[in-house]
Design a protein around this ligand. Structure first.
Ligand code: IPE
Ligand code: IPE
Ligand code: MG
Length: 270
């Protein structure tokens, strides 16, 4: 089971272990060029490919991308249909490359609303890449943070009906959340200038660092990711503690590392 940022303080990390991104701004990218919105979504897939590679190179272990929200069904029918086509094409054309690069693919969200072709492609891709561990790429499709919490509570009570009426604890609930296999995101990025969470990972972002950029998603790349990571590094992640406590912990860790280094050198010289 993964640790919880609200039950214990996670160790400090220079490189975020888990990055979660809302890829926003495809439509505006296309409009700026007088292209149909679809062209923006298509370029969005290219930016996703570039970002996966950049994350692997930087040693990020989990990347979670918001591709289609529960609320996106409200869009015009033809745009929804085109997005489904793109999703199908990506599942058909990209999985080989992901697999070759050691990427494990996961899809979270209410898949029951997708047609069976997409559901089968998802199942195949997940099964095929299940053994990979370099990067876990999660695509959130027909995902909503509230949906996730509701399905988790429903499943918990269905499987453990004896808990109804009692006080439910975090460790009892979290295995039922759709991302129970991943640690909580350290860094949350939203492109496109909007500063909102749009019903993305409500539970899991409890202590994530938030980074917003005006860059439109099709323009996002490794350099843009580096700017986000630099901003993340500048933050003091206190998890409820004071600055002084954070500093003390840092000094303690450095001392322990120094000690370990000395001991290793002594052993090597012996
Ligand atoms: C994000 O880009 C992609 C999806 C929601 C699928 P948008 O399509 O929301 O782009 P804007 O916000 O209209 O520019
Ligand atoms: C959020 O983008 C969902 C995805 C990126 C898939 P939207 O562009 O749909 O978000 P809102 O509606 O502007 O908040
Ligand atoms: Mg948008």
């Amino acid at each position: 089971m993964q640790t919880s940022s609200t039950l214990e303080v996670p160790p400090p990390r220079d490189v975020p272990r888990h990055v979660a991104i809302i890829m926003d701004g495809n439509g505006r990218w296309a409009r700026k060029r007088r292209l149909p919105r679809f062209a923006g979504h298509k370029r969005g897939v290219d930016a996703l490919r570039v970002t996966v590679k950049a994350c692997i190179e930087r040693g990020i272990r989990y990347l979670t991308m918001f591709a289609f929200s529960y609320e996106n069904w409200r869009r015009p029918e033809d745009e929804v249909a085109l997005l489904m086509q793109l999703f199908t094409a990506a599942l058909t054309n990209e999985v080989n490359r992901l697999h070759r690069n050691g990427v494990q693919l996961r899809v979270i969200g209410d898949l029951s609303r997708f047609d069976v072709r997409i559901r089968n492609l998802v199942a195949e891709a997940e099964a095929r890449t299940a053994g990979n561990s370099r990067l876990t790429l999660t695509i959130a499709a027909n995902y909503g943070g509230r949906w996730d919490l509701m399905q988790a509570v429903s499943r918990l009570l269905k499987e453990q009906p004896q808990l109804a009426g009692s006080e439910i604890t975090e460790p009892q609930l979290t295995p039922y959340l759709s991302m129970s296999y991943a640690p909580e995101p350290d860094l949350f990025i939203r492109t496109g200038g909007e500063q909102r969470i749009s019903n993305f990972l409500l539970w899991q972002l409890a202590y994530a660092e938030f980074y917003f950029t005006q860059a439109l998603w099709p323009d996002f790349d490794g350099a843009a990711l580096d700017v986000a990571i630099a901003s993340y590094r500048d933050r003091e992640r206190r998890f409820g503690r004071t600055s002084e406590q954070v500093e003390e912990e840092k000094a303690r860790l450095e001392k322990a590392l120094e000690h370990a280094g000395k001991a290793a050198r002594a052993r090597a010289n012996a």
